[in-house]
Design a protein. Structure first.
Length: 64
């Protein structure tokens, strides 16, 4: 299933890596694409949307 999130606060490559690792902590097979300038994160995963959003929030980012 494809999920799209607007994630505020990503400012650098480290932020992208942190978000990617958080998402893969929920689903190791997740495919993650990040457009930092647009503040968009696209995830192809079988995990529940709320579990993915919670993982991003736990890293300190706001999911709009």
């Amino acid at each position: 299933m494809e999920h799209q999130f607007t994630v505020e606060g990503m400012t650098c490559g480290h932020c992208e890596k942190a978000v990617t690792q958080a998402l893969r902590g929920v689903d190791p097979q997740a495919e993650v694409r990040i457009d930092r300038q647009a503040q968009q994160v696209q995830v192809r995963s079988s995990a529940a949307r709320e579990a993915l959003a919670a993982a991003i929030r736990e890293e300190g980012y706001r999911v709009a």
